[in-house]
Write a protein that binds this ligand. Structure first.
Ligand SMILES: Nc1ncnc2c1ncn2[C@@H]1O[C@H](COP(=O)(O)OP(=O)(O)OP(=O)(O)O)[C@@H](O)[C@H]1O
Length: 429
């Protein structure tokens, strides 16, 4: 295996045996060949290589096999077939309570866990203060962890996981809970670990977090890799699958999109991707520049230029109401600008089949120079399934400001600055 590969999975499958009666497990042990178990394949033929330093988001519906996959990588579960090669020290936050002894205090568990992770007594002593202050659970550090609330438990587990100099960090986002201050602390710490080159895998149901944090993503479906590649493309396919499931169109591996080798394609996905129940369709999407000219094949817009987005809505089935909106997304799919007819005080009432609407949005693009995409979508109301959702309906470039001003943030809003001399007051000792 090359030096640069942190994790390599070859033909990994995992079969769980489910026994109807616990005694059947014993019978099978003593009477080999007479299996009484129902077999359930949670993972099938997983092949994946994760380069060192990569941050990989794992997405998929409940029960698709995400946790099983991470547990195999973390060495908590043994695969039924295949080979796992992990190159580096793994720190995992997967199952609440795994690796913690309920009778030990928080302090004792920090040492216990540190040793499990391969640190020496001295190394743990050196890190103890950092772990305790990250967990921030006060005097509870000297109480047995069986007395902890689940929030305190997660704080301690997370504090240990991120402060033991992991080379590979595996986190189930569902566990990274806590109050908002702790969540921010976790996110900052995870970002700094990622920036320092720690290979990170995390399961997330938050598509925004996957797009913001990850360099690549893997979508698991029915125990198989359904799609892998740049986060935005994976999320688009995931959302498509979720919609298809809601509509009762079940996707299988056979009709899955072409699998990409992870980390090979870092370009913006420019192919439009469409989903929805098609009760109405958004047609003829046009973006006009401030002169009213339609954008050409390689659309380019000036910094902060005013644009007009024009959509045509064709109704095919009766709609009780209708909300149509848009997003301007950066190359990672983060939604930077967006609104809809409802929020802009243009509620649309009942619509009949055969009706057509023309909808216009006017807005500015105060965006950092770069490449952006347009998403347009519509639904009957906020809780209904979208009737039409088109990601990458258009991709365009924004040019730097003529003034030469450098834009450091994602968006640039008008800001006023005042600088005035201040009389210094002497500091008395
Ligand atoms: N120990 C086990 N014995 C039997 N079946 C199991 C076991 N662990 C997991 N499974 C099954 O394997 C499948 C995959 O489970 P897994 O927990 O990996 O899914 P997941 O994608 O992480 O789901 P979620 O998003 O709900 O956490 C599920 O159908 C689950 O019921």
């Amino acid at each position: 295996m090359g030096e640069e590969i942190a994790i390599s999975l070859k033909n990994i499958s995992k079969c769980f045996k489910c026994y109807i009666h616990p005694v059947d497990r014993l019978k099978e042990k003593f009477l080999p060949g007479s299996s009484r178990a129902n077999e359930f394949w949670a993972l099938r033929d997983i092949n994946l290589e994760i380069p060192k330093g990569e941050t990989v988001g794992i997405v998929g519906k409940n029960g698709s096999g995400k946790s099983t996959l991470l547990q195999i990588i973390a060495g908590i579960l043994t695969p039924t077939t295949g080979e796992v090669i992990v190159n580096g020290r793994v720190s995992a936050l997967l199952e609440l309570g795994s690796g913690f002894n309920p009778e030990f205090t928080g302090r004792q568990n920090i040492f216990f866990n540190g040793r499990l992770l391969g640190l020496s007594q001295k190394e743990i002593e050196d890190r103890f203060e950092a772990i305790a202050s990250f967990a921030d659970i006060g005097d509870f550090i000297d109480q047995p962890v069986k007395t902890y609330s689940s929030g305190m438990f997660v704080r301690l587990a997370f504090a240990v996981a991120v402060n033991v100099d992991p080379e590979i960090l595996i986190v189930d986002e569902a566990l990274a809970v806590g109050d908002i201050v702790f969540q921010h602390r976790c996110m900052r710490r995870m970002r700094s670990l990622m920036d320092s080159g720690v290979t990170t895998l995390f399961v997330s149901h938050d598509s925004g977090a996957v797009k913001t944090l990850c360099n690549s993503a893997v979508m698991i479906h029915q125990g198989k890799i359904y799609f892998s590649g740049i986060p935005n493309a994976v999320i688009i396919n995931y959302m498509k699958l979720v919609t298809e499931t809601e509509l009762g169109i079940e996707s299988t591996k056979e009709n899955s999109p072409k699998k990409q080798q992870i980390n090979q394609q870092k370009l913006v996905t420019t192919q439009p991707a469409r989903r929805g129940n098609r009760k109405a369709l958004i047609k003829n999407v046009r973006l006009l520049n401030q002169l009213g000219e339609e954008l050409t094949e390689t659309p380019t817009l000036g910094f902060n230029e005013q644009v007009t987005l024009i959509l045509e809505l064709h109704i095919y089935e009766e709609l009780q109401a209708c909300i149509v909106g848009f997003f301007i997304c950066d190359k990672n799919g983060n939604e930077l600008i967006g609104s809809n007819t409802f929020e802009e005080n243009h509620p649309i009432g009942k619509l009949e089949p055969g009706e057509q609407l023309k909808i216009e949005f006017k807005f500015h693009l105060p965006l950092r120079p770069g490449s952006y995409s347009l998403t347009v979508a519509g639904a009957e109301n906020y809780t209904a399934m979208t009737f039409d959702w088109i990601d990458n309906a258009m991709v365009f470039q924004v040019l730097p400001p003529d003034t030469g001003k450098r834009i450091h943030a994602l968006v640039d809003m008008p800001i006023s600055v005042q600088v005035s001399p201040q009389k210094l007051t002497a500091i008395r000792k």
